[in-house]
Design a protein around this ligand. Structure first.
Ligand code: HEM
Length: 137
């Protein structure tokens, strides 16, 4: 078995489930658990874990490439923009989800709605960027 393929596959495994967590968690919190702050809080932990997993596994892809080739892949400008967008989404997702866990207990429902909408928008943006990163890399 090729160790490089195995490393990529294991990282992709984490990355795929992280993507489900950030998108699905935000959808559930925004609509299904809208009137249940305690459930929303549990979902915020899931979403935070998802964003951390995305950042770590995303860095893992780069680390494996570096380990096997001694440099990062030379990717097309469109793929580079997509990658930067994903990194910006991950940074804001981590900050927003952590901020939610710290402060949301004092927030009115409208404010919680706004933050979940934002978390959903950045998750969808990152997922859409993944398609461009994949095919323009
Ligand atoms: C710091 C943040 C991130 C980095 C550095 C990163 C990096 C990467 C890399 C290098 C790949 C492999 C690209 C290829 O196959 O050529 C990838 C694939 C992928 N990423 Fe990310 N990613 C990040 C965040 C995210 C987020 C937040 C999502 C979803 C919400 C996401 C969803 C995906 C998906 C679905 C794939 C598989 C694409 C495919 O093969 O069709 N990524 N990512």
């Amino acid at each position: 078995m090729d160790p490089q393929n195995l490393a990529y596959a294991l990282i992709q495994l984490v990355h795929n489930f992280g993507a489900v967590a950030v998108v699905g968690g935000a959808v559930a919190a925004r609509w299904l658990a809208r009137d249940a702050p305690a459930t929303q809080r549990r979902l915020a932990w899931l979403v935070l874990a998802g964003w951390l997993a995305q950042a770590a596994s995303g860095a893992g892809f780069g680390a494996v490439s570096f380990l096997f080739y001694g440099r990062f892949p030379d990717i097309h400008a469109i793929a580079r923009v997509a990658l930067l967008l994903k990194m910006a989404c991950a940074a804001s997702g981590i900050l927003l989800a952590a901020g939610y866990l710290k402060r949301a207990a004092d927030w009115l429902p409208a404010r919680r709605d706004t933050v979940w909408t934002l978390l959903l928008v950045i998750a969808v943006t990152a997922l859409a960027s993944a398609a461009f990163l994949r095919w323009f890399a």
